[in-house]
Design a protein around this ligand. Sequence first.
Ligand SMILES: Cc1cc2nc3c(=O)[nH]c(=O)nc-3n(C[C@H](O)[C@H](O)[C@H](O)COP(=O)(O)O)c2cc1C
Length: 202
Amino acid sequence: MPNLQPDQVYQLLRNLTSPVVAITCQRDGKRNGMISDSAVRASIAPTVPRLSVYIHKFNFSHDLIFETGRFVLHLLRDDQFELIHRLGFVSGRTRDKLGGIPHRPGTLGAPVLDDCYAHFECRVVNVMDTGSSTCFLGDVAAVGHGAAERPKGDVMTAAYFRANMPPEWRSEYETLLRAAQAYAAERSHDIQPVIWRSLQQP
Ligand SMILES: Cc1cc2nc3c(=O)[nH]c(=O)nc-3n(C[C@H](O)[C@H](O)[C@H](O)COP(=O)(O)O)c2cc1C
């Protein structure tokens, strides 16, 4: 990569991060939630609503979503810092992160959070391996606005979160980010062909 240092390239790529979203999933009665800033609209056809999101393989949510083929993606309001801290700074492998966070079962079985800007219940229709993560392509099966009648407030963006998170969280955030970056650097070249199970020939 000529001219630019890797950190400068990373800062430029940060312009491509998505709003901060909460992703929930459930397998065999075990519910979980995590945070992501890598979700994008993946269809321009209003009749075929789709989105995609990259999830690292070390996250517990990755396995739950890969095994069930279901997840719920929630856009968040820009005052939902506490939820991001609860779901995005610690893994659900050893604790029930959704305990105490009001939610209800969605139509696909994964939990829908009551408090959010909007939610999308998704069925996985394809995946792409990146080595360190999986990109899940989801068909949107149901949509809602949390418990509100319509979306309220502004959506939490990644840049707004980074600029305004409580200062006492910052060093933990940066430590977690560096660990995830080290994992990604080590695994990113080991890309495997994956055929999503609903696409496999009988
Ligand atoms: C602002 C923010 C953005 C994040 N974006 C992603 C992401 O795009 N993909 C990912 O795999 N993890 C992302 N994470 C990290 C996961 O949310 C975090 O590792 C979480 O603890 C995973 O929980 P789990 O192991 O219970 O699934 C992000 C965290 C934060 C705080």
